[in-house]
Design a protein around this ligand. Structure first.
Ligand SMILES: *[C@@H]1O[C@H](CO)[C@@H](O)[C@H](O)[C@H]1NC(C)=O
Ligand SMILES: *[C@@H]1O[C@H](CO)[C@@H](O)[C@H](O)[C@H]1NC(C)=O
Ligand SMILES: *[C@@H]1O[C@H](CO)[C@@H](O)[C@H](O)[C@H]1NC(C)=O
Length: 574
């Protein structure tokens, strides 16, 4: 008797426990009686919804309520959730994709750069000089002329020198950073203000470029840039706030609804600027409820304990607009500035192997401590040697601190030695890469590394995927434009500027894989996959309507533009 009561009681208990998650799921998906369905605010219908969700890769409709996705499927299924107030959006057969997540931007710098003299796309010296001359005409005497985005590879490789612009800028110090942010040109007045003379020594981790007779040319590489940059008056808070708003609009125009903001884009920038951006710009925008895109913030790794304290106090997110990502450090410089760290020297500079910009022991110490406190770690590594050093170090940290889901990231992973690509998958390290860099870099990689090394090592997206790496795509804006659709095409076609053929065809990937790298994989790469990255019930309703309506065409041509961008189910562009 007692035995049976006990038995039936435990059966009931077991049933209750087993059915609990089902009940929750039912409640969540609202498979109860039709009368208790929650009413959708918005139904998107008549589309080709590419979901990035393996459980239902394509659908034609979806229902949204209070900024989240309620249901995805065919129209009759989704329409069950329609009520009197439901708005219907007929997308006319167009492709709809999850909002793009740009895995690597410098958001406020990008916005600030849009407020400065733009040299992107300039492809000859005369044009370069003309633009600066024009800027000098409208500049107040003594004020700084700031600009960026130049790329000497666009005019055959000759590096600009101060004498190009000294005559036209006698009364204004000038600082023009190269598109990669690892090199900049100062005019002679700026060099003077910075105290850079014939006898100045190169700072650690940087180079003052000189003529053969030892005179500085005006070009400064990596940490040497700080000599001039430290003289430039800081951007005001108002300028940085305006920069955020400008940058957010640029992102939305391209279908980007979330960015991972890596903060400073060269190591010499003081760490407290990242923190000032958080407290003075992001928190300001959040408190006024004018955040337009979601940001996942990474902070300089040497300040890991500040971030750890912040997360303990505030959790990992502020209302799904500001997420606290992790910490970032630099292993090396860049290819364009001959400061990425390689096993073999640069072909155009036979004594130069590149720069290790942070000491290994320091990196190891900071990574161990950050990881132990539960923070995600991202490290910039471009050259083949820098990538191996970081993978080795990540292995050491993982075996020292023990197993956990840590999703270590390498930012750029641009040139990988033979056998390195598979290590990403094996070690579970995220490859956070920027396809559009290859448009500019193919020619310079061939010139700097030689044909053989360039082809074996550069932008190995296919190999990384084949080795099961989590591949997260981004732009590195303002180094390259924020433009996921172009980057997807680049990853699929790999045809550099002014080329008529594919560079390294074996590394091309499919549109499907490229879309995943900008959505669900990018979300996983920063631990945001519970909220973002796919059109799945429960996730935030961020999505993009593309200009095209045939999946077959899109999958082969990889060409489309953005028609509209929605954030939390609300139209944010146009
Ligand atoms: C629509 O979707 C529902 C739920 O997935 C399914 O039961 C139904 O058969 C589908 N209807 C059509 C016409 O495909
Ligand atoms: C720096 O070196 C150049 C070339 O040797 C020379 O012409 C110039 O006068 C020197 N400048 C100073 C301030 O000594
Ligand atoms: C790294 O940490 C160890 C132990 O805490 C310390 O002894 C060492 O000085 C640190 N090294 C550097 C370069 O910070």
């Amino acid at each position: 008797m007692n035995f049976y009561i006990l038995l039936s009681a435990s059966v009931v208990l077991v049933l209750a426990i087993v059915s609990l998650p089902l009940l929750n799921l039912n409640y969540f998906l609202n498979w109860q009686s039709p009368s208790s369905y929650p009413v959708a605010d918005l139904i998107v219908r008549n589309g080709v919804l590419y979901t990035s969700d393996e459980s239902l890769p394509f659908a034609d409709s979806m229902a949204v309520r209070k900024g989240r996705i309620l249901r995805v499927g065919n129209y009759s299924f989704v329409q069950e959730l329609a009520g009197d107030v439901t708005e219907e959006l007929d997308v006319g057969g167009k492709i709809v994709v999850p909002g793009f997540i740009d895995s690597h931007v410098h958001l406020i710098y990008g916005g600030l750069q849009m407020m400065q003299v733009g040299l992107r796309g300039v492809n000859n010296k005369d044009e370069f000089v003309r633009i600066i001359k024009e800027a000098a005409r409208s500049a107040k005497q003594g004020s700084w002329i700031l600009g960026g985005g130049w790329n000497n590879d666009a005019w055959g490789g000759d590096l600009p020198v101060a004498s190009w612009i000294d005559d036209i800028t006698p009364f204004n110090p000038v600082w023009l950073s190269r598109m990669d942010g690892h090199m900049g040109l100062a005019n002679s007045l700026a060099l003077k203000l910075a105290g850079i003379t014939n006898s100045s020594e190169d700072p650690k981790g940087g180079t003052i470029m000189r003529t053969t007779n030892g005179e500085p040319t005006g070009l400064l590489i990596d940490s040497a840039m700080e000599l001039v940059v430290s003289q430039i008056p800081e951007n005001t808070v108002d300028e940085r706030r305006e920069a955020l708003l400008i940058a957010s609009n640029v992102a939305l125009m391209s279908g980007v609804t979330t960015v991972v903001d890596m903060g400073r884009y060269f190591p010499a920038v003081p760490a407290d600027l990242s923190w000032a951006d958080f407290s003075e710009v992001y928190q300001w925008a959040h408190s006024l409820e004018i955040m337009k895109i979601r940001v996942c913030l990474f902070f300089p790794m040497e300040t890991w304990s500040l971030l750890s304290d912040l997360i303990n106090k505030m959790g990992h997110s502020m209302n799904q607009w500001i997420y606290f990502g992790g910490v970032k450090a630099f292993a090396d410089g860049s290819l364009g500035s001959n400061s990425a760290l390689f096993y073999e020297p640069y072909v155009d500079e036979p004594d130069n192997y590149g720069l290790q910009v942070t000491e290994l022991e320091v990196l190891l110490n900071m990574t161990l401590a950050s990881d132990l406190s539960g923070l995600q770690v991202a490290i910039h590594a471009i050259g083949d040697r820098a990538n191996d050093l970081m993978l080795d170090m990540y292995q050491t940290v993982a075996s020292t601190n023990g197993m956990r889901d840590r999703r270590f990231r390498i930012e750029h992973a641009q040139h990988l030695a033979s056998g390195t690509a598979v290590r990403f998958g094996n070690q579970g390290v995220v490859a956070s890469v920027q396809p559009d860099h290859l448009l500019d870099d193919a020619d310079s990689a061939i010139r700097k590394l030689g044909m053989d090394r360039a082809v074996k090592e550069s932008y190995l997206f296919g190999s990384l995927l084949a080795g099961n790496a989590l591949l997260a795509f981004g732009s590195d804006w303002p180094v390259a434009d924020i433009n996921p659709l172009r980057a997807i095409k680049t990853a699929v076609k790999r045809i550099p500027h002014a080329w008529d053929h594919t560079w390294i065809p074996s590394e091309c990937i499919t549109v499907d894989d490229a879309l995943k790298s900008f959505t669900i994989s990018a979300a996983r790469a920063c631990f945001l996959d519970n909220d973002l990255g796919s059109l799945s019930p429960g996730k935030l309703a961020d999505f993009v309507i593309l200009s095209v309506n045939s999946w077959e065409n899109f999958a082969t041509e990889a060409s489309a533009s953005v028609e509209a961008t929605y954030v939390s189910g609300v139209q944010a562009y146009p």
